[in-house]
Design a protein around this ligand. Structure first.
Ligand code: GSH
Length: 232
């Protein structure tokens, strides 16, 4: 049994997508980040970065004590290795999956996240910051589109790299992008969107929360965090 500490955001969807694909038994522990649940000591003990997602594997492969994992990329790698799926064991193929997983973790995720911040949430519209992140998101969409020109998935068969990337493409309109400009990416996106496991993962989110995570009330919780907020 996997305990998934989760909220209804792109990084959270990555893990429900994996768990729904895998058939591993899991239970969702909602962490309402708009209300400050991510600062509760019991959550920080699992996820010291005060971010979702995190998991606790109650039955690790080695039969030892439960294992807690934070950072969505690490979670996907851990789970894929646990069940031997969605990450090829051949080292050449595995490194392809890993580089696209890390491309999402270090590139698309942070850039699209800052894009959302400056385009949607910042109280002042700072042209330089908006252009910087909208353009960088656009560049990354272009890289992905090119990669997908001659293949169905980003690295071999459907993998944790696709699962990490997909939820960050879902809000493409809010990122100032047009999927019609990226036909290979659009085909890939529609293919993953229609997978039964993806549909189930997003239905789980709907059952937990239908409100936007960033709202007038939650801004004071989510933005302006400094070290003092998690000082223990
Ligand atoms: N690199 C981290 C990023 C996680 C992250 O930013 N999570 C957001 C939701 S998508 C969060 O928990 N935010 C809470 C906060 O900002 O306090 C990962 O991929 O797990």
């Amino acid at each position: 049994m996997i305990d998934l500490y989760y909220w209804t955001t792109p990084n959270g969807h990555k893990v429900t997508m994996f768990l729904e694909e895998s058939g591993l038994p899991y239970r969702i522990v909602p962490v309402n980040i708009g209300k400050g649940d991510q600062f509760k000591p019991e959550f920080l003990a699992i996820s010291p970065n005060n971010r979702i997602p995190a998991i606790v594997d109650q039955r690790p492969k080695d039969g030892g004590n439960p294992i807690a994992v934070f950072e969505s990329g690490a979670i996907l790698l851990y789970l894929a290795e646990k069940i031997g799926m969605f990450l090829n064991s051949d080292s050449r193929r595995k490194v392809e999956v890993m580089q696209w997983l890390f491309w999402q973790m270090g590139g698309l995720g942070p850039m699209a996240g800052q894009n959302h911040h400056f385009s949607q949430y910042a109280p002042e519209k700072i042209r330089y910051a908006i252009d910087r992140y909208v353009n960088e998101t656009n560049r990354l969409y272009g890289v992905l589109n090119k990669r997908l020109a001659d293949r169905a998935f980003v690295a071999g068969d459907y993998s944790i790299a696709d699962m990490a990337i997909y939820p960050w493409i879902v809000p493409w309109e809010r990122q100032g992008q047009n999927l019609d400009d990226f036909p290979h990416l659009k085909r890939w996106f529609e293919n993953i969107r229609s997978r039964p496991a993806t549909v189930r993962a997003y239905a789980k989110a709907e059952a937990i929360n239908t409100q936007p995570t960033v709202s007038a009330e939650s801004k004071s919780v989510l933005f302006g965090q400094t070290a003092a907020k998690v000082a223990g």
